[in-house]
Design a protein around this ligand. Structure first.
Ligand code: CA
Ligand code: CA
Length: 418
């Protein structure tokens, strides 16, 4: 018998299928039709197993409205460390949740999946078509991580919509593993700019929710940044993530490597900062040091790897940044968090170790204070790693994941050294 649950233990498992019925009992032979019906039938620590196929989601399925957001699937039943509350695609099948029919009279931001409790696990499905229906400076989100800690978001593909992929503002020790966010572009709320649509964002506005890790994730053709940590008060980690073609409009042909029409900011990895307003920033007394390592930034519209006016140093190690239109590494910091100190200065306190830069649009590295930062072994300094021996093809970046969601390893000389 195929064992289906995210964890061992005595989890109840209910099933969802496109040809199911909400009057059914949720067994594998009589599955539910909609996720809200399946969710009603489980408790914390149980599993919803979703059969392959397309699920068309409409306004009637919206489960929660809060502070201007309509959260479609609001997940608020906590699991435990041993038994997470789980929504997973049936092994070997791939469900697709299509949110493009959401309307709600154009009065709400949308969050397709709301993480509102601890120990949740989302795994193995697609989120497509999440819309933006409002004008002005607004956004929608495929995964809205607003409360839960110790959650795992695994092997999701969030694409071909107008929303940010994964967006977190609270919660500690979440793991975002092997997820893709691509072809996301809001061409409605503020004209054709798409300036809020990042692939992945972590913006924790409190001092306790640290330890969030993004591992094996890819962001491409998102109209703003690939990965964004602006307004993040606790340290976050990007590990083996790829950001490419961000800041451009989606391509009609997913393998298009030629057409690049400008959209939003377009940094690959934007790590830190609280903005450049002349008022005092909300940077905590201890500025978080983010850790970005074994990542690849390739042909983004602006900088590949970017410290975004941060107020302290980050750790950047074993990254590869190639062909970004501005600088491959831009370490610019803000002078201080005080009102009136909204000036750029060369980045201080950064640790840059064994990073590679090739073919920058402008500079290999910019705005770094070589005395107040620690640089060692980078290709852009004497005696550093040899950039000439590092090759990455666009086909490698776009290669399909294996059945468990793992990226096909890109063998780089500098990553083998560890
Ligand atoms: Ca932006
Ligand atoms: Ca952004």
């Amino acid at each position: 018998m195929l064992f289906i649950a995210c964890a061992t233990g005595f989890a109840k498992v209910v099933y969802l299928a496109p040809n199911g019925s909400d009057g059914a009992d949720g067994t594998i032979g009589h599955p539910f039709a909609t996720l809200p019906a399946a969710y009603k039938a489980i408790g914390g620590g149980d599993t919803i197993c979703v059969r392959g196929g397309v699920y068309r989601v409409d306004d009637n399925q919206v489960m929660k409205k809060d502070k201007g957001y309509a959260y479609v699937f609001a997940l608020e039943k906590a699991g435990t460390a041993k038994r997470r509350t789980c929504i997973m695609g049936y092994p070997g099948e791939r469900p697709v949740f299509d949110f493009s029919a959401l309307m709600l009279d154009g009065k709400w931001r949308f969050g397709a999946f709301y993480l509102g409790a601890d120990y949740l696990h989302l795994k193995n499905f697609d989120i497509v078509g999440v819309p933006v229906r409002m004008k002005g400076h607004t956004q929608s989100e495929c995964v809205s991580a607003k409360k839960g800690s110790h959650c795992i978001v695994e092997n999701l593909a969030m694409h071909d919509g107008m929303a940010i992929g994964y967006y977190q503002t609270a919660g500690a020790d979440n793991l975002i593993l092997n997820c893709d966010a691509y072809n996301n572009y809001d061409d409605y709320s503020e004209g054709s700019y798409g300036g809020n649509v990042d692939g992945f964002g972590c913006h924790i506005r409190n001092k306790k929710d640290g330890g969030n890790v993004f591992r094996g994730c890819r962001a491409w053709r998102n109209s703003d940044d690939g990965f964004d940590l602006i307004n993040c008060d606790t340290p976050a980690e990007f590990d083996h993530c790829y950001a490419f073609y961000n800041g451009f409009q989606p391509a009609e042909n997913p393998t298009d490597t030629v057409t690049f029409l400008n959209a939003g900011d377009g940094n690959g990895f934007k790590a830190g900062g609280w903005g450049m307003s002349p008022t005092a920033t909300k940077c905590p007394a201890v500025c978080p040091s983010h850790y970005i390592h074994h990542c690849i930034a390739y042909l983004n519209k602006a900088n590949g790897v970017y410290s975004n006016h941060h107020l302290g140093g980050n750790r950047w190690e074993y990254n590869v940044s190639i062909r970004n239109k501005r600088d491959n590494y831009n370490m610019v910091n803000r002078l201080s968090s005080l009102a009136g100190d909204n000036y750029d200065i060369d980045g201080y306190g950064h640790v840059l170790k064994n990073n590679v830069s090739k073919e920058p649009g402008k500079l290999h590295i910019s705005n770094v204070n070589w005395v107040d930062s620690k640089l060692e072994g980078n290709s852009f300094e004497p005696g550093g790693v040899d950039a000439k021996s590092v090759f990455i093809t666009q086909a490698e970046l776009l290669a399909p994941r294996d059945k468990d969601g793992n990226l096909k390893p890109i063998e780089l000389n500098l990553w083998k050294q560890q």
